[in-house]
Design a protein around this ligand. Structure first.
Ligand SMILES: Cc1cc2nc3c(=O)[nH]c(=O)nc-3n(C[C@H](O)[C@H](O)[C@H](O)COP(=O)(O)O)c2cc1C
Length: 435
């Protein structure tokens, strides 16, 4: 079994660990801040993170240190760090566990990232439904501030970092980094046209970095144990470290599993998550949240690293692995996800706004056995006209379930349409309808 001692979930696995400042300090907490502040230059911290190979855990997998390096070097004004705690991707529930069970690990990561990019203010943008998480973070910020790890003149080094929690109002799109920034500025959460990128024109038009909770939580460990240690874990050189995969669906033991990148889906599903919940074999799985194209049993031995999953035609995305057993209707499953995307489309781009409505109507028609032969062509055509034609990656995300189920389980769509056609023949026709 792919094993490595947990890094991010380690503290909370100790019986009695409460996530308080005292508990966190007992496990070596805030040592990384002490190690670098005033001793190692911000540029060197960025270099350490680049060397570790850490890539973003929010979805796109962009190299973290490289992203920090895009901030203008000679800019004297304000800069911001935003911690993306929106966790809005269906099937994803790892950031919530990190927030609720070990908040100081994230706060220490934020302080380190702020130091590296010379930002004095960080915002944690947390999804509105995470009421408990927001309270826990507020409490932890208070503890860290009183202890001198956050605020003005941290540990007497002259460095200032303040952290504020901002609760979202509950919109999937606000997890997208530029919509997040709009929302944080008090506007409606709509994605921005890029370029310019947040690195130069971010929050309040200032240089800004947006990083995911899990990404930031890795930083104290990279600083404490060294980039070489981190770079050797997982599937180097391109997928280093561990990842927390959120396994849900028809498995015996759903939950969060922190494993080295590069184990196979088979190991995750059958060994860590205990295998299928009943005698029925696996039929399908989503490898990285609702936006990731479905994969089949033939992909069980694909390695869970960025490149291997991309080569298999999908993506690791947010780390949400949803498993479905034989007997699941794939057309119904795709419709369920499509209904989510239809509900969440922000409306800014017409291909996504109008297309999601058409897609959901066509899918409903097929599932309700009122489909027509030309519906499959309509679905494909609509998907092709949405993907890559929107301001943000939402468009690509919403077509993934339909495109991938059409690719792997097309006969299921055809069977439903045949049933509809057969039922239609038996249906009484209005007088004169046959011309
Ligand atoms: C529609 C959409 C929703 C997203 N939702 C989230 C989210 O809930 N949490 C997250 O961290 N990133 C989310 N992202 C990715 C962010 O835009 C961004 O890439 C990420 O926060 C960067 O952090 P990282 O480099 O640490 O991964 C989303 C992207 C899109 C297109």
């Amino acid at each position: 079994m792919g094993q490595h001692e947990p890094i991010l979930l380690k503290n909370m696995s100790h019986p009695g660990y409460t996530g308080s400042l005292a508990d966190y300090e007992r496990t070596g907490g805030y040592q990384a801040v002490k190690k670098v502040m005033g001793k190692v230059s911000p540029a060197e911290v960025t270099q350490l993170v680049i060397k570790s190979g850490l890539r973003g855990r929010g979805g796109a997998g962009f190299p973290t240190g490289v992203k920090w390096g895009f901030l203008p070097k000679d800019y004297q004004g304000l800069r911001y760090l935003c911690c993306n705690a929106d966790e809005s991707e269906p099937g994803t529930f790892k950031d919530r566990q990190l927030i609720e069970r070990d908040p100081h690990q994230i706060l220490e990561g934020i302080v380190l990232a702020c130091y590296a990019i010379a930002a004095e203010t960080a915002y944690i943008y947390i999804r509105g439904e995470f009421v408990l998480g927001a309270r826990i973070l507020e409490k932890a910020i208070g503890e860290a501030r009183r202890a001198g790890y956050i605020g003005k003149n941290i540990l007497g080094t002259g460095v200032t970092v303040d952290i504020w929690v901002h609760r979202g109002a509950g919109a999937y799109i606000c997890g997208e980094e530029t919509a997040l920034l709009e929302s944080l500025e008090g506007k409606r959460g709509l994605p921005r046209v890029k370029p310019p990128f947040p690195a130069t024109h971010g929050l309040y038009n200032k240089p800004t970095v947006v990083n995911n909770v899990e990404t930031l939580a890795n930083l104290p460990h990279i600083i404490n144990r060294g980039p070489e240690w981190f770079a050797a874990i997982g599937s180097p050189p391109k997928s280093t470290g561990t990842r927390i995969f959120c396994v849900s669906g028809h498995v015996k033991r759903p939950g969060n599993y922190e494993v080295p990148m590069g184990i196979t889906f088979r190991e995750l599903i059958y060994e860590h998550a205990g295998g299928m919940r009943s005698e029925k074999p696996l039929k399908a799985f989503i490898p990285g949240g609702a936006s990731a194209p479905f994969l089949t049993p033939d992909h069980l031995d694909v390695k869970m690293d960025f490149e291997s999953v991309a080569a298999a035609g999908s993506m690791l995305g947010s780390g949400g692995v949803t498993v479905m057993e034989e007997g699941t209707s794939m057309v119904w499953a795709a419709l369920r996800l499509m209904e989510f995307f239809y509900h969440e489309s922000c409306g800014k781009c017409s291909p996504c706004r109008e297309g999601s409505s058409w897609l959901v109507q066509t899918m409903r028609r097929i599932v309700n056995k009122r489909g027509r032969a030309q519906d499959l062509e309509t679905l494909t055509d609509l998907c092709k006209n949405i993907a890559g034609r929107t301001v943000c990656a939402f468009g690509d995300a919403e077509v993934a379930p339909i495109m991938s189920t059409l690719k792997h389980w097309r006969p299921e769509y055809i069977a439903l349409i045949h049933e509809a056609e057969a039922a239609n023949l038996l249906r009484p026709q209005p007088v004169g309808a046959r011309g």
